[in-house]
Ligand binder design. Structure first.
Ligand SMILES: Cc1cc2nc3c(=O)[nH]c(=O)nc-3n(C[C@H](O)[C@H](O)[C@H](O)COP(=O)(O)O)c2cc1C
Length: 187
């Protein structure tokens, strides 16, 4: 038997993204976002939904760029910190001992401590109500060589921090099966 939970925002597991941008004064800023995801394969697009009240919002609108960092599970504290406090009037990179690396491709910094980052040029903006969906075209993905196997991302090594909409951080569990393969018929 299923129990109704009412209309609510639900999808899981969610990534905990670290969204990097330069603010309206050109200072590097970073905020946590869990509302977002892959939006298109070709061109490769990622979306993040940001409330207009966030300091990040004005920075992305001004610079037409943002980065998406994928923190490891060992970065829960830093991820929560930059999601609790605004960068308006404070340097969150410095306070969280994170490094703002200058992207050569877009006008936005990325969190160097994240094992994987995506550099995005703002492609489209969609006002949805409480949040603005920023659609970014991914110009490059950069990964630490230590999280690759045979040149591809190895999720076991990336060990991403996962967010639950009930307000908890998790680690991913064990490998289950190969996608686009285990379901093939006949076996
Ligand atoms: C786990 C987590 C997920 C969050 N997801 C979002 C989100 O998807 N969109 C958003 O606008 N704010 C989100 N926030 C809140 C912002 O990160 C927070 O308001 C932050 O202080 C904004 O920073 P800024 O003012 O420097 O941009 C989230 C916070 C946490 C801790």
């Amino acid at each position: 038997m299923k129990v109704s939970l009412g209309p609510k925002t639900i999808a899981f597991p969610l990534p905990a993204y670290l969204v990097g941008s330069y603010d309206v004064d050109g200072r590097p800023n970073v905020m946590t976002a869990a509302w977002g995801g892959i939006l298109s394969s070709d061109p490769p697009c990622l979306g993040v939904s940001v409330r207009p009240s966030r300091w990040t919002h004005a920075g992305i609108v001004k610079n037409k760029a943002f980065t998406v960092g994928f923190p490891g599970s060992n970065m829960a504290r830093e991820t929560d910190f930059v999601g609790l406090y605004s960068g308006k009037g404070r340097d969150k990179f410095k306070e969280a001992s994170l490094t703002a690396a200058r992207s050569q491709l877009v006008d936005a910094p990325y969190v160097d401590e994240c094992p994987v980052v995506a550099e995005c040029a703002l492609e489209k903006t969609l006002e949805l109500g409480s949040h603005t969906l920023f659609v970014g075209r991914v110009l490059d993905v950069k990964a630490n060589d230590g999280v690759l196997s045979d040149g591809q991302l190895d999720m076991g090594k990336v060990d991403p921090l996962v967010f639950s909409p009930e307000g908890e951080y998790f680690q991913i569990g064990p490998f289950v099966a190969k996608a686009f393969s285990v379901g093939k018929y006949p076996k």
